[in-house]
Structure formats: C-alpha cells, structure tokens
Design a protein around this ligand. Structure first.
Ligand code: ATP
Ligand code: MG
Length: 262
C-alpha cells in the first residue's frame, strides 16, 4: 500500500472574532488522505476553507478538533517542516534583499552549506526565469516576479512535499505555463504536491485527484481523469460548478427547512 504523507481525521477549525467572541466554523470535519507522489488539488469557492486547511497542515493554526499528521508527524513538527516546501497565498519578502540574498537566507534556515546554497539558488533562479534579476532588490520586482521568487524559495530545501496556495496568482501566461512545467517536473521527481487553486484548466492538467470544499465541508472528491470519462460532466469546470450548486442548495434547504418544503 502507498504510504500516506498527509492524513487528517475530522479536522475542525473555528475562527473566533475579536468582537463579541463570535465563532465561525471555517473547516468542518475534514477527513483526508494524500498518498506519497500524488498531485492533490483542494478546490472550493472563495472562503471555502482551503487556506485554513493548509495552515492547519503546516501547524500555523491549531485545530479546534480532529487530528492531522504530515509525513508521519503531528502537523507543525520540525522534523516534518524541514522536508516541506510552502508557497503562501500572499508571500512575504524582505524587500531590501536581492533575490539571490533572499534565497541564500532561506538556504541558511535549512542549514545548507555555502556552496550548495549558491548552486541551488542559481538553479532555482534559472528555473523560474529570474537569473537576470538575481542582483536586483526585491522591492523593484513586479507581482509576477515576486510569485516566481516565492516558488524558488519554497523549493530551496528540495522538499518531498510541496504546498502551493494559488501559485498562479499574478502570473502572465508565460509564467503560468512555466509554473505548470515546474509542478509537472516536481511530480516526475516523485514529490507530493498539495495545490490550492481556482484555475481549473491548470488543476486538470496537474492534479491526479481533487477534493471540493464548500462552507468548510468536503462536498465532492474525484480522480481528475475519471470526471469526463464518466459521461456525466463535460470537464472539471462543470463538475465543480454542479457540485457547488448542489451543496449550496442542500445547505439552504437545511438552513431554511420550512421555505424548502413550501
Ligand atoms: N484569521 C481569521 N479570523 C477569522 N476568520 C477567518 C480567519 N481566516 C480565515 N477566516 C474565515 O474562514 C473562512 C475560510 O477562509 P480561507 O482563507 O480558508 O478560505 P479560502 O478557501 O482559502 O478562500 P480563497 O479562495 O478566497 O483564498 C472564510 O470565511 C474567512 O473569512
Ligand atoms: Mg485561500
């Protein structure tokens, strides 16, 4: 049996507002298993709970209930984090560093020796087409250049599990294509990919399997190749839209049972 690199069981996250301490359930009982080497896509409308899930898996948020294990450790354990790469939704950059210095800084955090840091930074900058900008301060980078640098940073430790939260955000068509090629290369190398994305054609090309979240709950799960083969859906987009429509109708019916029955 293939080893699972991500395992969650009944994962719940409530956010509590500062005002009136009101609770909001962002994630509602997610049970998930991602095997080694899989490219997994977590989909869902804005606010569905995708980034919340990712933060729980990285140990950046503590679950309200349920469990999550990553690479055989409790989420957030240092032993697992050293083997993980993470491209956040809104990456933060030290703007006065150059791109090369920035990657070198992250290489130091992972205790890479000097020569290896230099070589790896060079390779990664080339991979994301930023070699020419290696010595420019990051504050002069465009949005898409920052996103490319974020991707390079998340691969500095040659991670075996890569979390990508909206990696295509802000990229031009060339950047989007490059990003797809990079992710496919990572997949070929046997790495496990956990991708949050709204760009369904990219998800279709990259992911083996997807889960759709709606209001914090898993409402659909499918192997991407089987979606159109089954004959019920034209493509992933139709599957996504139909799943969300059915889930929202179900939610409304449960929230207002009287109006649904009249
Ligand atoms: N720190 C927080 N405090 C309170 N509520 C939060 C917090 N972070 C997220 N939420 C709420 O939790 C829900 C899920 O947010 P999350 O960021 O996980 O959504 P998402 O699926 O990643 O959406 P998007 O596609 O827009 O990135 C949203 O309703 C959001 O408002
Ligand atoms: Mg998000």
């Amino acid at each position: 049996m293939t080893e699972s690199v991500i395992e969650t069981s009944g994962l719940v996250k409530d956010h509590v507002s500062n005002f009136l301490r009101k609770r909001f359930r962002a994630l509602d009982g997610l049970t998930l298993s991602v095997p080694r080497g899989e490219a997994f896509g977590l989909l869902g409308p804005n606010g569905a709970g995708k980034t919340t899930t990712l933060k729980l898996l990285l140990g950046l948020l503590k679950p309200t209930a349920g469990t999550c294990q990553v690479l055989g450790h409790k989420a957030g354990d240092r032993k697992a984090l050293s083997r993980i790469g993470f491209l956040p939704e809104n990456p933060y950059f030290y703007s006065y560093l150059t791109a090369g210095e920035f990657l070198d800084f992250f290489g130091r955090l992972f205790n890479l020796p000097g020569r290896e840091r230099k070589e790896r930074s060079r390779q990664l900058l080339e991979m994301v087409s930023l070699s020419e900008a290696a010595d420019r301060p990051i504050r002069k980078f465009s949005k898409g250049m920052l996103q490319r640098l974020g991707l390079a940073q998340c691969l500095i430790n040659d991670p075996e599990l890569v979390f990508l939260d909206e990696p295509n955000s802000g990229l031009d068509p060339i950047g989007r294509r490059d990003m797809r090629h990079i992710v496919l290369k990572l997949k070929d190398e046997g790495k496990t990919i956990f991708l949050n994305s709204h760009l369904l054609p990219d998800v279709n090309e990259l992911c083996d399997r997807i889960v759709i979240l709606h209001r914090g709950k898993c409402v659909a799960e499918a192997r991407v190749q089987e979606i159109s083969r089954g004959g019920n859906y034209r493509d992933l987009e139709e599957y996504f839209l139909e799943s969300i429509k059915a889930a929202e109708e179900d939610f409304q019916a449960r929230s207002h049972p009287l109006s649904a029955s009249t």
